[in-house]
Design a protein around this ligand. Structure first.
Ligand code: AHZ
Length: 310
């Protein structure tokens, strides 16, 4: 107790003598808790502060330039690249989870460190994530440092809105332009619902969805799973793809090059990146090395701009 009291006194002195590395307004608060009180507020003010912004965003993003489905390592890397290169575009990220980041909060087997093979270090330098250089590969001390840094850069962009806890339930389609195969479609946006609603279609009725129109969609929903490989599975059920080849076994060497090289427009208006691609092409998985996710995101952004500008 004595030690903690003397530490408190010391902290208070440190604040009195200087800011100790903190900004002055925060430093000034410390040591003055007896006189502390928050500014007054009414509950409805809080409700309106949230809902007005959310519904203004919903209204603005009902017509968007580019939708990104999934905010995992690939989707966030795509969003960062797009948002930086094209501040003129309205970008909408739809993420079914409450917590964006997909599988990129940990490395492998719940370990902290995240490995990326070179040249993916260029993306880390770009967004400002520190790493240990180990020669052919680099290591970020905690995967969460990568994900939180990219996420914070993306969320700070004026032209990007993330709707999390929101699932893409379907794709909006239009008949493909002249000259395309009979019955072919182009993708013209996404169909959405609150994820908790999407999870209850089996036991509740009449829970129709909402829509977002967009000329270009990037799908990065990961490999097959309860929510994964969403768009490519839907392309099969709507007969735009004959079948999925299915993700192959783990081979880091092959998997990462293949994912980046194969990141492309799969049907008009729909670009697929990250591990969702492995289900179409029958690519290997890479397990816990994330360079291909970052660079597939960069390539997906480049493709999206090309398609958007056509
Ligand atoms: O919640 C999902 C996750 O955040 C989200 N998602 C999936 N279906 C969705 C839907 N609507 C909205 N219908 C949806 N969001 O998509 C995100 C996918 O993130 P991920 O981390 O699973 O995929 P990724 O391709 O960005 O990264 C894959 C990382 C992997 S998997 C792997 C292996 O298994 O070997 N190795 C690596 C590096």
């Amino acid at each position: 107790q004595l030690a903690s009291a003397s530490k408190k006194a010391k902290d208070a002195t440190a604040v009195a003598e200087g800011t100790g590395g903190l900004t002055k307004p925060l430093a000034d608060l410390m040591g003055n808790w007896d006189r502390f009180s928050f500014a007054p507020i009414r509950e409805s003010t809080v409700s309106r502060a949230m809902t007005r912004r959310y519904f203004t965003d919903l209204d603005a993003h009902a017509e968007t330039d580019i939708v990104i489905i999934g905010a995992g390592s690939c989707g966030l890397s795509a969003a960062y690249t797009l948002g930086t290169l094209r501040p003129d575009l309205r970008i909408t990220i739809i993420e079914s989870g409450v917590a964006p980041g997909g599988g990129a909060w940990l490395g492998g087997q719940l370990f902290s460190a995240m490995v990326m093979r070179k040249p993916a270090d260029v993306f880390l330098r770009e967004v400002g994530v520190p790493f240990d250089d180990e020669g052919d590969y680099v290591v970020v001390k905690h995967a969460a440092l990568f994900t939180s840094t990219v996420l914070s850069r993306v969320l700070a962009m004026d032209n990007v809105k993330l709707f999390n806890a929101t699932a893409v339930e379907d794709l909006i389609t239009r008949p493909a332009e002249d000259g395309k195969e009979e019955g072919g479609v182009r993708i013209a946006g996404v169909v959405t619902n609150w994820t908790l609603v999407s999870m209850h279609h089996d036991d509740q009725s009449c829970m129709d969805p909402n829509t977002v129109n967009a000329p270009v969609v990037i799908s990065t929903t990961g490999h097959d799973g309860p929510f994964g490989a969403f768009s490519v599975k839907r392309l099969v059920s709507m007969k735009q793809l004959e079948q999925l080849q299915g993700m192959r076994g783990l081979d880091m060497q092959r998997a990462e090059d293949a994912i980046v090289k194969n990141t492309r427009e799969i049907v008009p208006g729909l670009i697929v990146g990250g591990m969702e691609l492995s289900e179409i092409d029958g690519a290997n998985r890479m397990g816990p090395t994330f360079g291909a996710m970052a660079l597939s995101g960069v390539k997906a952004a480049e493709e999206a701009i090309r398609v958007f500008d056509l």
